[in-house]
Design a protein around this ligand. Structure first.
Ligand SMILES: C[S@@+](CC[C@H](N)C(=O)[O-])C[C@H]1O[C@@H](n2cnc3c(N)ncnc32)[C@H](O)[C@@H]1O
Length: 163
């Protein structure tokens, strides 16, 4: 098996988020965090019909992640968990997935809201969000089920004010 995989970025994020500690920890806590995904010209044709979707899933490199760890303390809790039971950036393969709001498209540029992604993150893929495929009833959410919504919003928003 080939144990090295190479990917080419298809675009880049412009979010204005430069401080990881002040960046909301998930799109659901990032309302009003607007920015752009600038797709490189050679991939623009692949955006045809994306305008019909209100949300997209962006896969990107956590380009500013620290060294990988197998046990981490996530942002919403002060207990440790295996990294694969969290969304922490310091993973063996530092890939992020964010479900963000698509406001409009202008040629190769997608205008977005709900961004929890740092500025200049290289984008590896874009997929449309399709509720028929993604939504699951009665999902168990592990240690996250023990965190109430008020605490999750307070810690997840990280007092982001957009200034
Ligand atoms: C908890 S991660 C979740 C990201 C994504 N929604 C996911 O589930 O994969 C979000 C946090 O990662 C950090 N972050 C975002 N973009 C990053 C990047 N490109 N490199 C390193 N850290 C990043 C920020 O501190 C942000 O608050």
């Amino acid at each position: 098996m080939n144990r090295t995989i190479k990917f080419k970025p298809i675009g880049i994020i412009a979010s204005g988020h430069t401080d990881p500690a002040k960046t909301p920890i998930q799109p659901v806590f990032a309302r009003g965090c607007k920015g752009r995904l600038e797709v490189f010209p050679e991939y623009e044709q692949g955006l045809a019909d994306i305008e019909g979707f209100s949300h997209i899933l962006i896969t990107y490199l956590f380009h500013r992640a620290g060294p990988p760890k197998l046990v981490v303390k996530p942002y919403l809790e002060d207990k440790q968990h295996g990294v694969f039971a969290t969304r922490a950036p310091c993973r063996p393969n530092p890939l992020g997935i964010s479900l963000v709001r698509l406001i409009k498209r202008e040629g190769p540029v997608l205008y977005l809201d709900d961004l929890d992604i740092l500025d200049d993150a290289p984008v590896l893929d874009i997929k449309p969000y399709i509720s028929r495929f993604e939504v699951r009833d009665n999902a168990r959410c592990g240690w996250q089920d023990d965190i109430d919504d008020t605490t999750a919003f307070r810690r997840g928003r990280r007092n982001y004010r957009g200034d």
